[in-house]
Each structure stands twice: as C-alpha cells, then as structure tokens.
Design a protein around this ligand. Structure first.
Ligand code: FNR
Length: 383
C-alpha cells in the first residue's frame, strides 16, 4: 500500500482499482475540458499571505453550513453512480461523512436508494434533486426524502440537458458495464472491484428503478432519464419545489450574479456557486473566478457555498477567504472511495482537514470563520 499524504495519491490508487469506464466518468469534463482544468488551475493563481508570531493555539475549523453544525465547512457533493465506484459506495461515503461531522449529499442518480442510506446511517443526510418531467415521480421522491429525514434538499439547476462528455460516449458508459471485449479485459484486472460488486445487492439506481412504471432495470432507466430531465425548469418551478419540500433548500449550479439574485429572491437557505465540476458548459468560467461577483451581488442576502476544483485544504481556505461559507467536494472523495472504500473517504477528509488547519494557522488565523480577503495576496487576474 503506497503512503497516502495528498489527494493526488488517492487519485493514483483509484485509477488502478476501478474499471476505466468509471474512472473516466469521474475524471472528465465536457467537450474540450477547459472549464474542468481551470476549476483547479485558477486556484493556483491565488496566493496566500503568511503571518508570523501569531498565537495559533486552540484553533478550530468548526462552522455551520446552511444552518447545520460541521466539523469543517466541507460537504460531500452529490455524485451519480457512486455505488459503481465501490460496492455500497453511497452508504460508505455517508457513513464516513457522518463520523467526520460533515454533510453528505445523496444524488438522485445514486445506486443505493434514499432508504438504503437512511437505514445505514444515524444522522440526517442531504438529498440532491434533479427535476424530472414526471410530476408524480417528483412529488414521490421529495416525499421519500422527507420520510427518510433528509435535512436539506439540494436542487441542481445546471443540468436539464447533459453537457457532452467525449470519454463517456466513447466508453459506452453504462451501469453495470456492458460486457464487450474491452470491458472484459479491463474488468479482469479489477477483480477486487468485481468481487465487491458481485457481493452487493445494490446495483440498480435505487431512487428510480422500481419506483417508476416501466423502469425495472438499469437498461430501461437510461432511456427514461434521457427523456425525463425537465427542460422547462424555471424560477417559478423552483418556487413550487421549495413549497413542496418546505425545508432547508440549497440551490446548486449558480455561476452568474443575475441568477444569484434570482436565487436569493426565491428565499433559499444557500446557493452553491458551481459549474458542475466542469461537466456542463465548457468555456464557462471557473467557480472560484466568479465567486467575488456573486458575493458582491448577494453576499448580504444568502449564504454562499462553492464547488468545482477543490483538491486540497488550501483550496478550501482560498474559497472561504473569498467569501464562501463552505465548499462541496466531488472528485476528491470519490478518488478515496474507489481507492479504499469508506477508509478512503475518511482519508480524503483527513487530508483536506489537516491542510486547512495548518494553512489557516500559517496565515495567522485560529478560527476558520474569521477567514477573509486579508488572508490572500490575490493575483491581478482576481482583482
Ligand atoms: C457529479 N456532479 C453531480 N451533481 C449533481 O448535482 N448530481 C449528480 O448526480 C452529479 N453527478 C456527478 C458525477 C460525477 C462523477 C462528478 C465528478 C460530479 C457534480 C458534483 O456534485 C460537483 O458539482 C462537482 O463534482 C464539483 O467539482 P469537483 O469537486 O469534482 O471538482
């Protein structure tokens, strides 16, 4: 087992352990992947301000996100098909998040269902909703999330139509993988992954398969979802969903100051500045680059979170210093899950926490909630 000290180590191990089709699904952006790349590289343009001779005893990374206490302001983002990265992946990730004291968000497109995750965790998790045309399904899945005690609804607004990802198309991505010459050769190297998959009962999309007439298996699901994402989603519908849910609401996928104002008008509890990890509109700006505009537009009206490109505790620090209350990580914990299961998710969280804590101290802060622009020496690109 290699020594794991940074997220990049988990990624290397992850690449060796999971089938190529699922590695590529994670490690890709849409079209040219410009936005995917810049989500990370733009963080490198921001430089930190070192301070010395500051008492750094008694530090804390504890905070709140959308009214929830967190041990550090980092939530696990919703990731579709997590249960294909590792058997029972959603359950394991939710358990790791719970033990660490950070929120876990279950995707609509998860393999384990809302009920599976609720049965194997003891604290409420968050549920991410994709808006479907089928109104009955929409109402039922919201009710299921309520019944399972989910403590926030994360409504994704940037995927009513799928940004094209070349790798997925070329790999013929499917769950479970279709058996072709290529996949059989690939799978034979990933026997540990395959053995895990054979043992788990949860190989269907548990939030959908069996809950929609005519969708009895993953094959029929693919056709259903392609037709189902509701292209007519607008702010009026967002308001209706807010009413149907009646609880804590987080709007995900905001990248524009005008949209941030609209989201604040709806009266949500938080917005997530996000470009879906560079998987939707290629050519859009990185999340960290648009954050200042959005903070200026609505920072006094709504809590602001950020995702896309976070790979270290220093990235977290930079986002917080630029005005985010918290961040969400996607790939960083998926690498850990695919590499080592639940302990890999825990390892990813430990790495991020340690980097955040030490960097915060070296910038002269003891409390993560005090971080602001004075922690940064920003480059001209961000002025
Ligand atoms: C995602 N994301 C996502 N978002 C969402 O709202 N519902 C979903 O089902 C998924 N599925 C998904 C699958 C995979 C493989 C990835 C990598 C991402 C987007 C996710 O929630 C988040 O916005 C990004 O992952 C953040 O970027 P980083 O942290 O991965 O760079």
């Amino acid at each position: 087992m290699p020594v794991i000290t940074e997220i990049e180590d988990l990624k290397r191990l992850y690449k060796r352990r999971v089938p190529k089709m699922f590695y590529d699904y994670t490690e890709s952006g849409s079209w040219t992947e410009q936005t995917f790349r810049e989500n990370s590289s733009d963080f490198d343009l921001i430089r930190l301000r070192q301070r010395v001779a500051v008492d750094m005893d008694g530090r804390t990374t504890a905070s709140t996100m959308a009214g929830h206490d967190v041990s550090m302001p980092v939530a696990l983002a919703p990731v579709g098909m997590t249960g294909m990265q590792h058997a029972d992946g959603e359950i394991l990730a939710a358990q790791a998040a719970e033990a660490f004291g950070v929120p876990y968000t279950l995707s609509t497109m998860s393999i384990c269902s809302i009920e599976d995750v609720a049965e194997h965790t003891s604290r409420p998790f968050w549920f991410q909703l994709y808006v479907m045309r089928d109104q009955d399904y929409l109402e039922r899945v919201i009710q299921r999330a309520k019944d399972a005690g989910c403590s926030a609804l994360v409504l994704t607004l940037d995927l009513q139509i799928l940004g094209q990802r070349h790798k997925d198309l070329k790999n013929g991505l499917s769950a479970p993988p279709k058996l072709t010459m290529g996949t059989v050769a690939d799978l034979s190297w990933r026997w540990a992954w395959g053995m895990g998959m054979l043992r788990t009962k949860r190989r269907a999309f548990g939030n959908i398969v069996g809950h929609v007439k005519g969708v009895e298996n993953a094959g029929s699901l693919m056709a259903w979802t392609a037709e189902q994402f509701d292209p007519r989603l607008d702010w009026e519908k967002v308001r209706k969903i807010k009413e149907m849910w009646g609880g804590n609401l987080i709007l995900k996928g905001i990248l524009d100051a005008e949209d941030a104002r609209r989201a604040a008008d709806v009266g949500c509890d938080a917005i997530i500045v996000s470009n879906h990890g560079g998987r939707q509109l290629d050519g859009a700006l990185s999340s960290i680059r648009v954050l200042p505009d959005i903070v200026e537009a609505v920072g006094d009206r709504v809590e602001i979170h950020l995702d896309s490109g976070i790979r270290s505790g220093q990235d977290v620090l930079k986002a917080l210093a630029m005005g985010a209350r918290g961040v969400h990580v996607g790939r960083a914990y998926i690498y850990g899950l695919g590499a080592m299961g639940k302990s890999g998710v825990t390892r990813a969280l430990e790495i991020i926490h340690r980097e955040l804590d030490i960097s915060m101290a070296l910038c002269g802060y003891r409390d993560v909630k005090d971080l602001d622009r004075t922690a940064l020496l920003t480059g001209p690109e961000f002025d």
